[in-house]
Design a protein around this ligand. Structure first.
Ligand code: 13P
Ligand code: SF4
Length: 314
């Protein structure tokens, strides 16, 4: 690992190692701008899952959080999958340990649950699920669930509640939440709306009900790009993690994007997404570590509900 000198072209070094390793760099919309700028593909969890499955590169460098890199390994096991920082976790994933879900399902066998898991969960939780969804396809996935089964939706209660509103389908919800999106409040969003009364509020479905009520559009991070591109509005209030603004500014030219504030900050950062840096990206490519690996039996069991999702979302 090379120490940084002044004027050192880190991006060029990343490109060098990327080519040498025959790697593809997949980055989530919440990554820091310099990582988004060097990535082969920047997108939401759904788009990233498709890209990870399709790639013929030898190495997938996943710039996102652990469950995303793990999903890439599950759907493309012959590839070396690396994550710049193994501590890039997710509060939603943590809120639903596989052991707790297993115990819950055992204690409620009479319900014969059809388990729909938001992709923000561990391989262990995926392995206990019937189908996976992302914020981009959750409505479609819930609509396709068997009509005669009770649904248990894990782990995000806010996304789950929003999908219930959209589909009219009753579901039992795991009580997990994203620590970033629940920081937006009715007051914090109303305060910014007063400053930009003409600007549509575009919010992620992980936000609370009180915030969702104020939104003009509720959608996944990928859909935010197409919504803002197609809208006739010139200014938008973007109620999600701050990394999203870089992608929007880059791809939707001539429009203005205001970050949704919280009660404490002018914007919201996910401390897990922000663990990854360009230095760590370079080091990961150079050392091919930290690498994601998981037992084959677990991988195979976790793959089934992901493949079901990918088929249902086409
Ligand atoms: P998207 O799938 O909409 O990108 O959301 C992922 C996420 O982690 C939101 O907090
Ligand atoms: Fe997880 Fe929330 Fe961070 Fe998304 S923003 S990775 S849901 S903690």
């Amino acid at each position: 690992m090379v120490a940084l000198k002044e004027g050192y072209d880190l991006a060029a070094e990343v490109r060098y190692w990327k080519q040498k390793r025959n790697a593809v760099i997949l980055a989530h919309n919440y990554q820091v701008p310099e990582i988004q700028d060097i990535a082969d593909y920047v997108g939401d969890s759904l788009g990233l899952s498709y890209r990870a499955k399709e790639t013929d590169a030898d190495v997938i460098l996943f710039c996102g959080v652990h469950f995303m890199a793990e999903t890439a390994k599950i759907v493309n096991p012959s590839k070396t999958v690396i994550l710049p920082d193994l501590e890039a976790g997710c509060s939603l994933s943590e809120s639903c340990p596989a052991e707790s879900l297993h115990e819950f399902l055992q204690a409620n066998l009479d319900k014969n649950y059809y388990v729909i898991a938001y992709i923000n969960c561990s391989a262990g939780v995926k392995a206990l699920s019937d189908v996976i969804c992302t914020s981009g396809n959750a409505v479609k996935i819930v609509q396709s669930a068997p009509a005669n089964r009770n649904i248990l939706f894990v782990p995000d209660q806010n996304l789950g509640a929003w999908v219930m509103e959209k589909t009219g389908r009753k579901m039992d919800l795991w009580r997990g939440a994203c620590y970033v999106h629940v920081e937006f409040t009715k007051n914090s969003i109303n305060a910014v709306r007063e400053l930009y009364p003409e600007a549509p509020v575009v919010a992620h479905p992980e936000c609370t009900y009180a915030v969702r009520l104020l939104a003009d559009e509720i959608c996944s991070t990928e859909k935010m790009v197409s919504y803002c591109r197609q809208s006739t509005a010139e200014t938008f209030i973007i109620v999600t993690e701050s990394g999203m603004l870089h992608r929007l500014k880059k791809e939707v030219s001539g429009k203005k994007f205001i970050p949704g504030p919280t009660d404490k900050c002018a914007c919201a950062d996910c401390r897990f997404m922000k663990k990854n840096t360009l230095e760590k990206v370079r080091d990961a490519l150079e050392c091919l570590a930290p690498e994601i690996s998981l037992p084959e039996t677990l991988r195979k069991r976790a793959e089934l509900p992901i493949l079901r999702m990918l088929e249902l979302s086409l």
